[in-house]
Write a protein that binds this ligand. Structure first.
Ligand code: PCA
Length: 213
């Protein structure tokens, strides 16, 4: 069985994004899962199309998307994606949609289909602050999560039963260094958190191991 882990390029004028840097630091296998990684552009539309193509090609059992949520003090496992693009800043192609549905015919929201509570528990058990989040925002991360869950719900070929969800990561210490009073977390802890979350996902898939994936 395979897990696809995605990360995002830096955006908003910053030089780093922990979600990009973690991709190269993950083990190739963990918790019974082969780990594939994909770096995505911080661009409405294009990010979702690239992820969708990789899901069709790889047919993973799970998709774990990662992004940076600067200012959050802990690792947040997102519970929900909403059908709304509403950008406060431009994406990396200068697109800045305001109050636009992602799909006018789509449902208002989707729940993550990953074992979110177990993921938080696994990260906490590794000694790292983490919590559930009720909003992935309305920028490219929410757009990607909604679009991937929408694609999977539509049962496009090669995606039957694939679970998907999102983790937002804090700023790295040097990103927060010049921003007075802002929270951050070192890359090594963030990496350990993501590996713990993959462990929880692998454990939740274990009962179906030996199936078609
Ligand atoms: N965070 C942004 C987009 C890319 C990223 O890493 C977000 O939270 O929408």
């Amino acid at each position: 069985m395979r897990i696809l882990v995605t990360g995002f390029e830096p955006f908003g004028g910053e030089g780093r994004n922990p979600s990009a840097e973690i991709l190269g630091l993950l083990p190739r296998r963990h918790a019974g899962l082969s780990v594939s990684t994909l770096l995505l552009p911080v661009v409405f539309g294009e990010s979702a199309r690239k992820a969708g193509a990789a899901i069709r090609e790889l047919d993973p059992a799970a998709v774990l998307m990662l992004g940076q949520a600067g200012g959050r003090p802990d690792v947040t496992v997102e519970r929900v994606a909403i059908n709304l693009d509403d950008a406060r800043i431009a994406d990396n192609r200068r697109k800045k949609p305001v109050d636009r549905p992602i799909d006018p015919r789509g449902p208002a929201a989707y729940f993550s289909t990953l074992p979110v509570r177990e993921m938080v528990a696994a990260i906490n058990a590794a000694g790292i602050p983490a919590s559930l989040s009720l909003s992935a925002g309305s920028f490219v991360c929410n757009h990607l999560l909604y679009s991937v869950l929408h694609q999977l719900a539509a049962g496009s070929p090669g995606s039957a039963g694939t679970m998907a969800g999102f983790i937002h990561l804090p700023w790295l210490p040097d990103q927060a260094a010049a921003k007075t009073g802002q929270a951050s977390m070192g890359l090594d802890l963030q990496r350990t958190a993501v590996i713990a979350a993959i462990g929880a996902i692998g454990a939740s898939l274990a009962p179906v191991r030996g199936g078609t994936r």
